[in-house]
Design a protein around this ligand. Structure first.
Ligand SMILES: C[S@@+](CC[C@H](N)C(=O)[O-])C[C@H]1O[C@@H](n2cnc3c(N)ncnc32)[C@H](O)[C@@H]1O
Length: 269
């Protein structure tokens, strides 16, 4: 896949299936306030309970925060409610439309733009904080994006972002061992195709968004110009694992800090 094809694969994925949507929305009026709030509750109360535990959404109170890849705006609304002046860029025009509507329905101001993290359309040293959840592993130009984030951060500014974790139980047990080898999906889709199917609605053939995985060490290399770099691991539930319904639920939170599906990086310029 060329870089241009990779970027198009990402736009196609999230134009077809806006981020955070899913079968749980059946019966909710699309694009209403209830729709956006249902997606928010699904995230913070059901699927990603680690987020409000690990991320202090009031940490940018009174400051300028840029979100890279805001999706439909779920987290950015939360940052705004926490008191930040919020700005965002996202590569998918459909997300720009939906996030703008989400903010309008909540009666909150935001500066939202369509744009690519590899060429951020803001002057140097504009932001106190840059935040990004589940985005920088969907671009072929992650290194360039980190350089751009460095440029738009003020000296001492904070970068907080998440990417998928290669050394997670979800990756090795579910994707590689169970689906890849035991179910033979690697042969049918290839590794890239199989990986892409972790995104809601992607089939690995017609919709095949670029998905990359990172190790802690790779993140440390990416962030070598930053200081105070802290990398944590989060998000593991037994449902992510083959035969998970037979496992005791407490195993998930117990192992999440080492083998969770997300790496959460926190660093200073
Ligand atoms: C998995 S979604 C995550 C959305 C949002 N952060 C969330 O947590 O719901 C990935 C998002 O990243 C955006 N994206 C992917 N590559 C990008 C890039 N190079 N620059 C800006 N946004 C990008 C996509 O359009 C999509 O909205």
């Amino acid at each position: 896949m060329t870089d241009v094809e990779a970027k198009e694969s990402v736009r196609a994925q999230w134009t077809a299936h806006p981020c955070g949507t899913g079968d749980f929305l059946e019966g909710v009026e699309p694009e209403s306030l209830a729709y956006f709030d249902r997606i928010r509750d699904q995230r913070y109360l059901m699927t990603d309970t680690w987020m409000p535990e690990l991320i202090d959404f009031s940490a940018a109170k009174g400051k300028d925060l840029l979100e890279i890849g805001y999706g439909i705006g779920t987290d950015l609304v939360r940052w705004a409610e926490g008191g930040a002046r919020v700005h965002g860029i996202d590569a998918t025009p459909q997300h720009h439309r939906l996030a703008s509507l989400n903010f309008e329905l909540h009666g909150i101001d935001a500066d939202l733009r369509v744009g690519d993290a590899a060429a951020i359309d803001y002057p140097d040293a504009t932001f106190d904080m840059v935040y990004s959840n589940g985005v920088l592993h969907h671009t072929p130009e992650t290194v360039r994006c980190i350089g751009e984030i460095w440029r738009v951060l003020k000296p001492g500014g904070r970068l907080l972002f998440t990417v998928y974790h290669r050394h997670s139980l979800y990756h090795w047990l579910n994707l590689v061992l169970y689906r890849g080898y035991l179910k033979g999906e690697r042969k049918r889709l290839g590794w890239d195709g199989l990986l892409s199917t972790i995104e809601y609605g992607a089939d690995g053939i017609n919709l095949k968004p670029l998905v990359k995985l990172y190790t802690r060490q790779q993140l440390r290399w990416l962030l070598e110009d930053f200081s105070h770099c802290k990398i944590r691991t989060a998000h593991l539930t037994v449902d992510q694992l083959p035969g998970g319904r037979f496992l005791p639920k407490f195993l998930g939170p117990m192992l999440a800090g080492r083998f969770g599906w997300y790496l959460v990086a926190d660093a200073r310029k």
